[in-house]
Design a protein around this ligand. Structure first.
Ligand SMILES: NC(=O)c1ccc[n+]([C@@H]2O[C@H](COP(=O)([O-])OP(=O)(O)OC[C@H]3O[C@@H](n4cnc5c(N)ncnc54)[C@H](O)[C@@H]3O)[C@@H](O)[C@H]2O)c1
Length: 272
């Protein structure tokens, strides 16, 4: 008799959620069962069902959490904290992609620990999280991230509106933000999930430094991470291809969610 498959539910049927759902029925099909999907935009859920080989149930959030072993959040930072809270309450494991929504709500991670619910936070569109985790077993002095994004990848960020910054007026490479990860997450909630991941893996959102740079000449989402500590200095640079469906999201972030799901169901784990 084969092993029971992990029942997976996907919340958010957009760029990441759709591809995770497809991977459940493709490369991960022997290990997971895509049980249910959910989206506030019903059309998104219906369209995803049409693109799938086997039809999962379309459920509301609470029912999805009840019916699944692992919940994949790929919706929004506005709801990710509440989803985690609901998963912990129901004793379900969960993978969070809208990591910015967890910053300032670290109590939820403590509650998960207490309840024994597993919380998976993929590296996303960023390389260097493995090194930061290892370095954090010793003393880390500083963590900084420079994110370079094409102008259209920043459209709609609350920070731009608050500071009356007009993206169409930008003609050359421009530093548009410099501050803590905590401030970056508030000002650019759809852009800097990577800074939230770095914060959780290292020094926290108040002590992690973020710079956001844009230019009409940029075509990729580039993240440079610099870590200094007693183990030495680490520098990583990830040149990401933006997703066609959502230029704010990098293809590597989508793949990172799929690879994490693969890892959860594997007995061998490579990397820190
Ligand atoms: N961790 C990372 O490295 C990383 C990288 C890229 C994106 N993200 C985050 O992951 C999330 C998904 O990204 P995406 O590119 O797939 O976005 P997307 O806009 O393509 O899709 C999001 C989907 O979620 C749905 N949604 C929104 N609020 C919802 C709610 N309350 N309940 C159910 N569905 C809801 C939307 O209707 C949409 O279909 C975003 O929050 C994004 O910021 C994280």
């Amino acid at each position: 008799m084969g092993k029971t498959k992990l029942r997976v539910g996907v919340i958010g049927c957009g760029t990441i959620g759709s591809q995770v759902a497809r991977a459940c029925q493709d490369r991960l099909k022997n290990k997971v069962e895509l049980t249910a999907i959910c989206d506030t935009d019903k059309d998104k859920a219906v369209n995803l069902v049409k693109a799938l080989k086997k039809v999962p149930q379309i459920l509301d959030l609470r029912d999805l959490i009840k019916r699944c072993d692992l919940v994949v959040e790929a919706a929004s930072a506005k709801i990710s904290g509440d989803i985690l809270s609901e998963c912990v309450r129901a004793g379900r494991d969960c993978m969070i992609m809208s990591v910015g929504g967890l910053v300032g709500r670290e109590d939820l991670l403590a509650a998960a620990k207490e309840k024994g619910a597993k919380v998976y936070i993929p590296s996303g569109a960023l390389c260097g999280v493995d090194g930061l985790k290892s370095a954090s077993a010793g003393r880390v002095d500083s963590v900084s991230l420079t994110t370079r994004k094409p102008v259209k990848g920043l459209a709609g960020a609350p920070y731009l509106e608050k500071n009356k910054l007009d993206l169409s007026a930008i003609k050359d490479e421009t530093v548009i933000f410099e501050g803590s990860a905590e401030e970056a997450i508030k000002g650019f909630p759809q852009n800097v999930n990577v800074s939230a991941v770095l914060s959780l893996a290292g020094l926290g959102a108040k002590k992690t430094c973020v710079r956001i740079v844009t230019s009409p000449q940029y075509t990729k989402n580039i993240h440079e991470v610099e870590i200094k500590g007693e183990c030495g200095n680490i520098f990583t640079r990830t040149e990401n291809v933006p997703s066609k469906a959502n230029p704010k999201t990098s293809e590597l972030a989508v793949l990172s969610a799929i690879a994490t799901l693969d890892g959860i169901t594997n007995s061998v784990r490579v990397g820190t």
